[in-house]
Design a protein around this ligand. Sequence first.
Ligand SMILES: Cc1cc2nc3c(=O)[nH]c(=O)nc-3n(C[C@H](O)[C@H](O)[C@H](O)COP(=O)(O)OP(=O)(O)OC[C@H]3O[C@@H](n4cnc5c(N)ncnc54)[C@H](O)[C@@H]3O)c2cc1C
Length: 353
Amino acid sequence: MDLNSGMNFIHQVHGPEESRAPKVDVVIVGAGPAGLACAVELRLRGLDSLIFDKGRLLNSLSNFPTQMQFFTSPPGLEIGGLPLDSPDTRPGRAEVLNYYHRVAKHYELSIRQDERVHQIEGQDEAFTVRTTHSAYACRKVIIATGYFDIPIWLGIPGEDSNKVSHYYQDPSGLSGRAVVVIGGRNSAGTAALELNRAGVHVTLIHRGAAFTKAMKPWIREELEARIDSGEINALFSSQVRVIQSQSIIVETPGGTTTLRNDFVFALTGYKPDMGFLTEAGVGLDAAGKRPLLNAQSLESSRPGIYLAGVVAAGLHTNELNIEHAKAHARCVASNIAVADLNSQTLHQPVSVD
Ligand SMILES: Cc1cc2nc3c(=O)[nH]c(=O)nc-3n(C[C@H](O)[C@H](O)[C@H](O)COP(=O)(O)OP(=O)(O)OC[C@H]3O[C@@H](n4cnc5c(N)ncnc54)[C@H](O)[C@@H]3O)c2cc1C
């Protein structure tokens, strides 16, 4: 499927023609589940949209662990009334990716891949969205940029070396090697288990005294069993202080220790690009952690720009999941549709007879 095929909806703007260019109703920044759900909900209300992604369609999900299973059952992931048929209550990443591609095709969504949005100029009803390729006119903008692009760095020496990754995908090439997984949540637990199954010597290092309550019980149970049996080495209340080419230095309750090490997965979370929000004119709360939004419409403090999906929670990324993104999409689309109706009513001649 050629997803860069939505030329019929694209209204590129070049210099002085800007004010006369026809407009797409809505530009959506980000082709994740939230961006797709918004486009579908807008389409169901008769509004056109154009989605941009700086990477592929479903860029974040494409980079999730290859063998992962979603925690959410199929109905929770479905959008636009299309069924996600899966034999499993926890569908795999490939199934979910295929499903969302089908949704995009079914609703003939206009998606521009590998085209990053870097600036939103103008005002409500007359925005110009500038991308790496061109500029586009639209009436409204929805920012659905997620949170997976920026890892939360530990800020320790050696973290930027090529033996460190903040993303785990699969254990290939690591069998028999000494690998450290840093983190205490589901991602770290799942990676440690999968690496261990693949014959990797895993040490899991967590700064907390125990795994977080958010860890799914089936992950925790298996992890604890393998830690008890000595298959996985675990250090709690411990922090990696330095990453060197063949070792790491860890501060543990028993003192500082050096471990032989070939590779590090620092799975310490991700955060949204708050700079993109502020550059787009979206205000943040006093702590700079949460975007300022109208709770009913999800319209931001900059009129005409809405937020949907995980980015709406700012740095509180754990508050929102794909089901929330779907609810956001319905809310944003219906608010834009109502605004559309109001503006038509205001501008149309009123019959007085
Ligand atoms: C391992 C893992 C497992 C998970 N399991 C579940 C689960 O079982 N159930 C669940 O509900 N949630 C789960 N989540 C969370 C879920 O993935 C997120 O809630 C969901 O991806 C959020 O969707 P989104 O559309 O808001 O953001 P994303 O999916 O992150 O999409 C944002 C998109 O915006 C694009 N983008 C960013 N900046 C720009 C820009 N400037 N210009 C153009 N494009 C841009 C990105 O490339 C990306 O494609 C999981 C997360 C992880 C990491």
